[in-house]
Design a protein around this ligand. Sequence first.
Ligand SMILES: [Zn+2]
Length: 318
Amino acid sequence: MENKGTVTTFLTEDGFARLIFAETTGVVQYAGGRHTLSKTVTAALGRGLTAAVLMGSTLKDEGSSLTLRFRGGGPAGGMTCVCDGTGSVRGCVDEPTAELPPNALGKLDVGGVIGREGELYVVRDDGFGEPYVGHVQLVSGEIAEDITNYYAVSEQTPTVCALGVRVNRDGSLKSAGGFLLQLLPGAPDSLAEKLEGRVSVLPSLSALIAEGKGAEDIAALVFGDISWAAVGSTETRYRCSCSRAKYRGSIKSIGIRELADIAGAREGAEVVCRFCGETYFFPPEEVDAMYAERKAELRASAEKRRAGETTPPSEETP
Ligand SMILES: [Zn+2]
């Protein structure tokens, strides 16, 4: 399947409720091919990526990004998912092969593998100014419930998040998707109650998506007899933002002593990107060059500092 998903936004006719639906099967399948994941981590990462796509769909600027960080203390360790303003999403898990037996309901134990003793951090970077960082305690580690709780605690918009990821018996991904249902400012209580009632009787989202139900079908199920219309649709894909230049920069910025050690070992430096699995190798000569550049930079900044100290105070200059 192609590395491509679709995000469709619907509004009720009165403008008081918004449904953002994302179909992400191709995106999560592609992610599975870039990582070696256990079945339960496939479900966890699928939910995390879909949540990032949904929350990132309201970003306006190309240089903006939305980052979700789950730190729940489970055997999978931390999970990070990032979506940018162009709809590109990426994610990684500390221990991607961590596995647990099914939970009491016989389902993949996402809440167990992520853990529930910790926090969800949400970083929204609009591409200018300081990024906005919000965080809440995890409720269940099941992802959707934690996103819903995040909105309840730290944002103004009342929101319900639902995520549905199906994993085949052989561990491959069958289907993935999810939605955010939001009440917009001025929404009457009667609408809130009606939607709450409808969502509470909605069939399992993963079953609906696995059956091939599309965005319009889901909107019809959520809204029922409330008039609604699709107002826009965008594409999403799994794409990493890494490059040789970025990793060269991050190796160069480690401590000067560590850099000297790596240069001295004459083995070069190898980095594997945690988000996409790409390997970048820097041969010994290049590490030498990086070490020399770093030393020159440090010397230049020390000289600048000294020059600053010896410059006479401004009031004495003519
Ligand atoms: Zn990468």
